[in-house]
Every structure is written in structure tokens, then in C-alpha cells.
Design a protein around this ligand. Structure first.
Ligand code: ADP
Length: 392
């Protein structure tokens, strides 16, 4: 059965088409700069990568190009062969603890949740509508970034702010990257051959979050009301003292938008180092002796260690730690520093095994108190699995 996995952003649209249940990727691609000049798309099919520069005034046009590629490459002979489309939706609030079929009611609810994800939810929905027009018979399924974290209890998800902020305005921790954390913990369960265990999953990329998971259920996660909580990220601050905001607004006369922009786009590794939000540039800066790059990475690593330590205690122990996403899968030096910083827990790095990028591997030694793994994430296949579930 042909299932599409879709991730639509405000100016981009990523897709992968799967043959299910085999999970074979038939074609994948990304449309970029939708609604902006110089738009283009790249597709991967039959082991080839092709880039085409085309006008993409909106998502609907991108979906038309996408479906034409499916037909021209004989992935399908008729669009009715596409039975299901899984859409990544960022925010399901506290309404969805699992994926659901995207009917009009769900669309309305996702729209109502826009104030919680003003950039993401409307963009996700534009993608959904574009596919509804062009592939109307496929079952559309919403796969929420927040769903996996809905198992947290109030002690974990409430903030110590006035209770009516929670009741009236939905101010609570929601957590994000849920699809990735779920994929990683499932994989750890497979590797260890059991699921009655405690796992700490570290999704550290440009954005980053850590989850504490017991028996497959999330009990805590580092992102919060928005994705700008918890870890130090590429350009996001992560946890800060909230009172800095009114202080800086008063000092600089900045608007709320300017402050929000500074906390999301000018902070994190970029803010501290002054060089870049990209951890490869930070590593190059460290090589070149840049002190602020050194400081940025030390702060970044310490925050990760602190969250792992916190979750170790919260879980009452831990059976495995997993690293994923851009930094987690690829940065040998960041993983090494994190694991060395956890040595007090008896965790021991295997330097040679850690010399790995983008591949699944056990990176701690046999006498390590907790095994640590690199597990490349695959959110696309999770989205396809959930869509397939509703089409079987
Ligand atoms: P996003 O959150 O945007 O999906 P990714 O998961 O792709 O981000 O992660 C991007 C981050 O991964 C960047 O900071 C990048 O520097 C880092 N990264 C990718 N490859 C490497 C590498 N070989 N060494 C160190 N960092 C890497």
C-alpha cells in the first residue's frame, strides 16, 4: 500500500512515499522557498537526486509538482493508489494523545490551537488542504509532535505560575519532538529486547529536547509550553529566568516581537558564541581557539548533562540513554563530553565505538553502568506507520 509522509512548513514541504507495510521508501523530496522567489525542489528516486527550479507560488502548486513526479516516475499510475497521507502537525495541545484521522473537526481544533503554535499549525494546515484538493480520496492522518508527551502528569507539566494561566490560557508544558522520542525509545526496546525499562532519549539537533520515558510512556520532557524551553539550542535560549524579559524590554525599549525573535533566533549557541548556530561551526571555532565558541559548547554540554542527571533521578535509575538528531548522531566530540560529564553515574565511554556518525551504535564500554546508544531518528517512517494504521 502506498502511503505518503508529509511535513509542511511555512515555505517548505518535505515528503517521502512508502510502500507499506514493508516501509520501503519509493521516492522522497523537499520543496523549498514556497511563496518566495527562486523556489525549487529536489527529489530522490531510483538512487538519483534531481533538482528542479520552478515557480512555487503556494503549497498547492508544490503538491501538483509532487503528484506529477509520482506519475512520471511510475511510482503510481493513478493518484487513487495513494491510500493514506500522514501529516506532521506540531501542536495538538492537550487534545490529542495519539494520531487521528484529519476530519473537519480535527482541522478546526488544530486551527483553534494556533495561538500555541502561531508559526507552525497554520503552515501545517496549508499543506493538509493542498493535499485534500489534489488527492481527495486518500485518508489524511494527523501525527502530532506533542502527542507522545501527553502521558506526563501534572507534577511534570504544570508551571508554578498562577493556576488560572493554566486553566484559562493553557499555560503548561506540552513538549515537542514526540514522534522522534517515540521512534528512538521503540528502537531501544527492540535492541534490549524488552520494554519494561527506563530510557532517557536525547534528541539534539538544531532544536533539542530530552525525554524521560518509563515503560514506553513519557514522564517528563525538556521542551515546554513552546519549543524554546530546556536545552540550549542552535539559536534558541532554552531555559532562562523569565524576568530577564521585562528587564530587557525596559532597558532597550524592545517590543514583544523583538524579544521573542532574540530568544528564538539570536540566542543559544549563536548568541553565546557570536559565530553560528551550527555546532560544526562551533567545533571549528574551538579548533581555532575562539573562547566564546569554547564557552558556548561547555554551556551546551552542561545543560544536556544536567537534564540527563535530573531525569535519572526522576526515573529512579535508567536502563539506557540514546542520542539522536544532527548533533546526537554526528558529533563525536559533543557526545564524548556529555558522557564524560556523567562519569559520576558510572557511565563509561568506549572511545573507539563512539567514533561513529549517522549509524546505530552502542558507544559505551561493557562495564558502563548504563549503556548509551546512537540511534538515527526516523520521524518520516513513524508518520507513515500511523497513517498506514488507519488505512489497513
Ligand atoms: P533540525 O533540528 O533543524 O532538524 P538537525 O537534527 O538536522 O536539525 O541538526 C542540525 C545540527 O546538527 C547542526 O547544529 C549541525 O551542526 C549538527 N551536525 C550535523 N552534522 C554534524 C557533524 N558531522 N558534526 C557535528 N555536528 C553536526
Amino acid at each position: 500500500m502506498k502511503i505518503l509522509s508529509v511535513n509542511a512548513g511555512s515555505s517548505s514541504l518535505k515528503f517521502q512515499m512508502y510502500e507499506m507495510p514493508e516501509e520501503t521508501v519509493l521516492i522522497s523530496g523537499v520543496f523549498e522557498r514556497i511563496g518566495i522567489e527562486n523556489s525549487f525542489y529536489t527529489i530522490k528516486v531510483n538512487g538519483e537526486q534531481i533538482k528542479k527550479e520552478v515557480q512555487l507560488p503556494n503549497h498547492e502548486v508544490a503538491v501538483e509538482y509532487l503528484t506529477n513526479e509520482l506519475l512520471e516516475n511510475h511510482i503510481v499510475d493513478d493518484l487513487s493508489e495513494i491510500k493514506g497521507i500522514g501529516h506532521r502537525l506540531v501542536h495538538g495541545g492537550d487534545k490529542y494523545a495519539d494520531s487521528v484521522v484529519l476530519n473537519e473537526d480535527v482541522m478546526k481544533t488544530v486551527e483553534e490551537l494556533t495561538p500555541l503554535a502561531p508559526l507552525h499549525n497554520p503552515a501545517n494546515l496549508v499543506g493538509v488542504r493542498a493535499f485534500q484538493k489534489i488527492v481527495p480520496n486518500a485518508v489524511a492522518v494527523a501525527v502530532f509532535d506533542t502527542a507522545f508527551h501527553q502521558t506526563m502528569d501534572k507534577i511534570a507539566y504544570l508551571y508554578s505560575t498562577p493556576y488560572e494561566w493554566y486553566e484559562k490560557y493553557g499555560v503548561r508544558k506540552y513538549g515537542f519532538h514526540g514522534t522522534s522520542h517515540k521512534y528512538i525509545v521503540n528502537r531501544i526496546h527492540e535492541i534490549l529486547g524488552r520494554n519494561d525499562i527506563k530510557v532517557i532519549t536525547c534528541h539534539i539537533g538544531n532544536g533539542g529536547s530530552i525525554s524521560a520515558i518509563e515503560n514506553g510512556k513519557c514522564i517528563d520532557t525538556s521542551m515546554g509550553f513552546t519549543p524554546n524551553a530546556g536545552l540550549i539550542m542552535g539559536s534558541r535560549s532554552g531555559d532562562i529566568d523569565a524576568t530577564i524579559i521585562p528587564y530587557i524590554m525596559e532597558k532597550t525599549g524592545s517590543t514583544i516581537q523583538e524579544i521573542d525573535n532574540a530568544l528564538n533566533k539570536k540566542s543559544g549557541l549563536l548568541g553565546i558564541s557570536g559565530i553560528s548556530s551550527d555546532s560544526r561551526d562551533i567545533e571549528a571555532g574551538i579548533e581555532a581557539g575562539n573562547e566564546r565558541a569554547v564557552l558556548a559548547q561547555k554551556m551546551y554540554v552542561r545543560r544536556v548533562i544536567n537534564y540527563i542527571a535530573q531525569y535519572y533521578v526522576e526515573l529512579g535509575g535508567c536502563d539506557a540513554i540514546a542520542f539522536t538528531a544532527g548533533v546526537g548522531e554526528n558529533s563525536i566530540s559533543v557526545r564524548k563530553k556529555i558522557i564524560e560529564g556523567l562519569s559520576v553515574l558510572g557511565i563509561k565511554l568506549d572511545e573507539e565505538a563512539n567514533n561513529v556518525r549517522g549509524k546505530e551504535a552502542l558507544i559505551t564500554s561493557a562495564d558502563s553502568s548504563i549503556p548509551c546508544y546512537v540511534v538515527p531518528t526516523d520521524e518520516e517512517v513513524m508518520i507513515a506507520r500511523d497513517a498506514y494504521f488507519f488505512c489497513k
